[in-house]
Write a protein of this length. Structure first.
Length: 280
C-alpha cells in the first residue's frame, strides 16, 4: 500500500457530504454519486471523463477493506483521490446498505449528451422508457454492457441513473458505456431513426415475434430497443413511435418475462444478428 490513509471522524464534513448523496436532490446539485463495492470502485478508479479528469474523487474504506483491496487504494491515491479510513458504521451510513462491502467511492457524474451518442454512429442502443425501479435500470445497463451495446438512454420519465440501487445493480457497468439521461422518449426515438437506427419496442403483446424477426434477417442493422415500465409496459403512444413492436416468444408456460430478462434476450439477439452479418 502507498501512503497510509488517515482515519476520518463520523462527524467530518466529508462524511456528511458523502452521506447526503443518498438523496437525488443532492446528487443533482453536486453532480456526484456513490459507487459501492470493490468492483464498482475499481472501475471508477480507472475511469476518466472526456476532459481527462479522474471520475473518482474520494474513497472511504474500513481498515479491513483497505488491506484486502490494497491495489484499489493504491490506484486511487495514485489517481489523486482522497482516501479515508472509516469505521463500519460510517461506511454503512454512507452506502445506505444493511451489509456494506467496506469500500465506497464518491464519483463525478458521467452521463453523456445524447447528441454525442448519435454522432458516434451507434449500432445497438437500449432505451429505458418509464422504467422506475432502480435495480431493474442497473441490471438492464449491465445486460447492455455485456451484450456489447454502444449506449443506453434513460428517458425523462425513468429512474435516476445514479440511484445507489441502480449503481449497485450495474456492478461497474456505469463506467463502461455512454449513458444519456433525461431525454424525452419522443425525441430519443425520432433522432435515433433520423440517424439510421431501426427502433424496436419490446412488448409482450407485440405483433412481431423475435424469432421471426431473426429468421427474416431484419435485425442485422443498427437497432435501438425501447423497454417500458415494469408493471404496465409501454403505452400505446410510445409503441406507435417505433418501427416495430416485438414480443419475446414464450415457448413454455411462464406468464411473462421480467424486464431485465426480456432486455437481455432482445439485446443478445440483436448482438448475434449483427455479429453474423459482419462475419465474412
Amino acid at each position: 500500500m502507498g501512503s497510509t490513509p488517515e482515519p476520518i471522524s463520523p462527524r467530518s464534513p466529508r462524511v456528511v457530504a458523502a452521506r447526503r448523496l443518498a438523496k437525488r436532490s443532492f446528487r443533482g446539485k453536486e453532480r456526484r454519486f456513490i459507487a459501492e463495492g470493490p468492483q464498482a470502485v475499481r472501475e471508477a478508479v480507472g475511469h476518466r471523463g472526456p476532459d481527462g479528469t479522474p471520475t473518482l474523487i474520494e474513497l472511504f474504506a474500513t481498515v479491513e477493506a483497505a488491506e484486502r483491496y490494497a491495489d484499489i487504494v493504491d490506484a486511487a491515491q495514485a489517481a489523486g483521490a482522497r482516501v479515508h479510513l472509516a469505521a463500519d458504521d460510517v461506511l454503512a451510513d454512507i452506502s445506505q446498505t444493511v451489509t456494506p462491502q467496506g469500500i465506497v467511492g464518491v464519483c463525478h457524474f458521467l452521463d453523456s449528451p445524447f447528441a454525442d451518442i448519435l454522432a458516434a454512429g451507434p449500432r445497438l442502443v437500449a432505451v429505458l422508457a418509464h422504467v422506475r425501479d432502480p435495480g431493474n435500470a442497473g441490471t438492464v445497463l449491465r445486460c447492455a454492457d455485456a451484450a456489447g451495446a454502444d449506449a443506453v438512454v434513460l428517458t425523462d420519465a425513468s429512474v435516476d441513473l445514479y440511484n445507489p440501487k441502480s449503481v449497485r445493480a450495474s456492478v461497474g457497468s456505469h463506467f463502461h458505456l455512454p449513458v444519456a439521461v433525461g431525454v424525452p422518449v419522443e425525441q430519443a426515438v425520432a433522432e435515433l431513426r433520423a440517424a439510421g437506427v431501426r427502433v424496436l419496442a419490446a412488448d409482450g403483446a407485440g405483433d412481431r415475434d423475435l424469432d421471426d424477426e431473426l429468421d427474416a434477417g431484419t435485425m442485422s442493422g443498427p437497432t435501438a430497443w425501447v423497454f417500458g415500465n415494469e408493471a404496465w409496459g409501454l403505452p400505446e403512444e410510445t409503441r406507435a413511435l417505433a418501427d416495430a413492436v416485438v414480443r419475446v416468444p414464450i415457448h413454455g408456460k411462464a406468464e411473462s418475462l421480467n424486464l431485465a430478462t426480456a432486455a437481455a434476450v432482445c439485446l443478445y439477439a440483436s448482438a448475434r444478428a449483427q455479429r453474423v452479418r459482419s462475419t465474412p
